[in-house]
Design a protein. Structure first.
Length: 373
């Protein structure tokens, strides 16, 4: 691009921190940096018109994991690691709420439920039997029992007769959350450039030379907060995972409020006012959904509609208003990667589908790492 002297001088000279990705992690990182160093010059690069990952495309679950997900985590992590993961999610949600305010993000704590299909009888029984064990494991985090058995009072069909209830789960409006974060960033003179994709970067002395699809420039420090797109920038421990979602047109007298998990969390739904959001199905075709390209597939969209019709809203006529997809960053471990890659280059990625819960905390810890180095 052909910049004027004024543009170069105002926007691209003497940059202290360049943050790649303007989602929940990147924005929280930028805000923390400006809080600690008000005079620092911070620029954010976002390849999409809006954040293209999951920050504005997720389901808005303010949760830390259903009981079947936690039991699954106990198979691959120690009890101590699982407790730390849940604790991080809980503290991350508290940080998000404290930073922005419940009213601004439309936070509602209606509780969360896990459903089990008729075919999941073995998992259903295991989860019911292990409620006391999981509650005991999580007691240091909540100081109260988290999970309890609940009757199916919502008219759901083709599921086991009992649900498992978690009174600590909530839901937010992620559009309002991101709007509030961007507004705060602008007031702190954090500069966000959309439609700019980082193609490569290189350490040159004490500075980082950054090449984008639009222009080249230098920064003292580079921070990667792209999560689902991290592999494009050489962070191979993070795999992209596409999540497909749909939402209905307004429905009169929806029989439920809250967040709901189904099939080990691979499916999830909630009310958005008088609409129903339904998402998931990645387990139907893991290979195809391991992509950082947005898109929809018939196999998943048809399954979402089928479950919505036969299980969730079996006696209610509804129409689909729209469908979309978002890109998560996952890996072999649930713990996010927050580290210094090399001199003055840092990353905060692999949020594992828990961006709402941990994005604020990961952004803060990422900023603190870059600030102290």
């Amino acid at each position: 691009m052909n910049f004027s002297f004024w543009e170069t001088d105002s926007w691209f000279s003497d940059i202290d921190y360049c943050i790649v990705g303007s989602g929940i992690t990147g924005l929280n990182c930028a805000l923390r940096i400006k809080q600690q160093q008000p005079n620092s010059k911070v620029i954010m690069l976002e390849k999409g018109m809006l954040p293209e990952g999951a920050s504005t495309k997720n389901a808005g679950f303010a949760c830390f994991g259903s009981i079947s997900e936690i039991l699954d985590d106990l198979n691959t992590h120690s009890k101590h690691e699982v407790v730390r993961l849940v604790e991080k999610r809980k503290k991350g949600l508290e940080l998000l709420r404290n930073n922005l305010g419940d009213e601004i993000i439309d936070y509602q704590q209606n509780g969360g439920y896990e459903l089990f299909t008729e075919a999941d009888e073995e998992l259903y029984k295991q989860c019911l039997e292990r409620i006391p064990e999981v509650n005991e494991i999580l007691k240091p985090v909540f100081d109260k029992e988290v999970f309890e058995k609940s009757r199916n009072k919502f008219g759901f069909k083709k599921i086991q007769q009992d649900l498992i209830f978690n009174k600590f789960e909530g839901q937010i409006d992620t559009g309002k959350m991101m709007t509030a974060l961007v507004k705060k960033a602008i007031t702190k003179e954090i500069r966000i450039l959309n439609g700019v994709e980082v193609e490569s970067f290189e350490e040159i002395g004490s500075r980082i030379s950054i090449t984008t699809n639009k222009f080249n420039f230098q920064s003292k420090k580079l921070i990667i907060a792209t999560n689902g797109f991290a592999s494009r920038l050489g962070i191979e421990q993070v795999k992209p995972a596409r999540a497909q979602v749909l939402v209905t047109k307004p429905i009169k007298d929806i029989p439920f409020k809250g967040t709901f998990h189904l099939d080990k969390g691979y499916y999830y739904f909630r009310n958005i006012g008088n609409r129903v959001l339904f998402g998931g199905g990645r387990n139907l075709d893991f290979e195809t959904e391991e992509t950082d390209k947005s898109g929809l597939t018939g196999i998943i969209q048809n399954r979402l509609k089928e479950l919505l019709k036969t299980c969730v809203l079996p006696e209610i006529d509804f129409e689909i208003q729209q469908s979309w997809s978002g890109i998560m960053g996952v890996g072999d471990q649930k713990k996010p990667i927050i580290r210094e890659i090399s001199n003055n280059i840092y990353c905060g990625v692999r949020l594992g589908g828990m961006g709402i819960a941990i994005g604020s905390m990961v952004g803060k810890e990422l900023a603190d790492l870059a600030l102290k180095s």
